[in-house]
Design a protein around this ligand. Structure first.
Ligand SMILES: NC(=O)c1ccc[n+]([C@@H]2O[C@H](COP(=O)([O-])OP(=O)(O)OC[C@H]3O[C@@H](n4cnc5c(N)ncnc54)[C@H](OP(=O)(O)O)[C@@H]3O)[C@@H](O)[C@H]2O)c1
Length: 341
């Protein structure tokens, strides 16, 4: 089978090679999916750069989300049948024509949803659903700040927060993204390259206006977000894109320290919380929750609560160009790759 393989760490998708690999066999409790579409995630960029702790040893096939049909069942799997149209999490190995997944890590793709929508739901939809509706559900009238709001996770967070009746501040880094956020219904789109989100949000007189912040940036952004939280508010951190380009250990450490430290007594006194999210850890320890979340995303997409924005569906030979666009912040929503020509 063909697969895109990360051969070394580096700052360009030229670190990937299209290789021919043996087609994997599913083990007990697993299925093999014939991958018709796979998705790109920002974590893949972090892995390419050598900034992703969970990345397997190289050479490695990355890729978390796939959509396709089941083409082989592991020995003891009887809840799926060959040909079932599914989407789900591959936990690496997704950038290939065939991927092995745990039988519980995939969900039936409703007929009304396209393969690319399935790919967008698998990682990014599940992450958004977990943050918005599982750990502490969003409530009507809450004021929320969503960073990287025009991205894959961000657009889905915006959709689910709008559905819940929240007032949304959304940050993004280009005029096109701001225009898109405005069109989506984000109440306060903020181009952080032109305006300081902290100033914009705090200037209305209420110095602590936010009920929730969703932060995949890390560093100083977390510290500023914490200052904007009202009592009862929560900071949900789920990434560290600010570590990109922080060349040496000193600047990395400075960025690490910039997010601040939050003693339990101080959090208790202010009645605020900090919640860390890592869906891989959750998949390791609570796979049944992942299964529930995936089924919920399919249901929400069928009801058009989630309407994934598909930035592009490119043939597999354009994978590198697509990943470069993600790395260069040039995308809105989800990037999908197709093995079908
Ligand atoms: N913890 C988890 O389990 C989990 C799961 C899924 C995703 N995530 C995290 O969620 C975030 C969004 O993931 P995604 O796959 O949906 O990606 P994405 O948001 O579609 O793309 C990444 C976006 O991050 C912004 N960004 C900020 N700093 C950046 C930098 N230094 N370099 C490049 N982009 C930067 C850019 O938007 P602007 O132009 O608007 O700045 C860029 O478009 C990522 O940080 C990812 O690691 C975490």
């Amino acid at each position: 089978m063909r697969a895109w393989v990360l051969t070394r760490h580096g700052d360009s998708p030229d670190t990937f090679e299209l290789r021919s690999l043996p087609t994997p066999k599913p083990g007990p409790g697993q299925v093999r999916v014939k991958v018709l579409r796979f998705g790109l995630n920002f974590a893949d960029v972090m892995a390419m750069l050598g900034l992703y702790r969970d990345c397997p040893p190289l050479p490695a096939v990355l890729g978390y989300d796939v959509a396709g049909v089941i083409d082989e069942l592991g020995p003891d799997v009887d809840d799926w049948k060959l040909g079932d149209r599914v989407f789900g999490l591959s936990r690496f190995g997704g950038y290939a024509e065939y991927a092995i997944t745990e039988a519980g890590a995939i969900t039936k793709l409703p007929d009304s949803l396209t393969l690319e929508v399935g790919v967008a739901l698998a990682t990014q939809g599940v992450t958004a659903q977990y943050m918005a509706n599982y750990i502490q559900p969003l409530r009507q009238g809450e004021h929320v700040l969503i960073h990287a709001a025009a991205g894959g996770v961000g657009t889905l967070m915006v959709q689910v927060a709008l559905h819940a009746g929240c007032i949304i501040y959304g940050t993004a880094g280009s005029p096109e993204k701001i225009k898109y956020l405005r069109k989506m219904g984000v109440h306060y789109p903020i181009n952080y390259r032109e305006e300081d989100f902290f100033q914009v949000i705090s200037q209305d007189g209420d110095l602590q206006p936010l009920d929730a912040v969703f932060d995949p940036i890390g560093g100083k952004s977390v510290k500023l977000g914490m200052k904007l939280l009202k009592p009862g508010g929560r900071m949900v951190t789920f990434g560290g894109s600010s570590f990109i380009g922080k060349g040496n250990i000193v600047t990395k450490m400075a960025n690490f320290l910039a997010s601040g430290f939050y003693h339990p007594l101080v959090l208790t006194g202010g009645s605020r919380s900090v919640i860390g999210v890592n869906m891989l850890r959750l998949a390791d320890h609570k796979p049944e929750v992942l299964g529930q979340l995936m089924a919920q995303t399919a249901e929400l997409a069928s009801r058009k609560v989630f309407r994934p924005e598909i930035f592009s569906v490119v043939p597999a030979n354009q994978f590198k160009e697509s990943l470069a666009m993600l790395q260069n912040r040039a995308t809105i929503g989800k990037l999908v790759v197709s093995w079908e020509s």
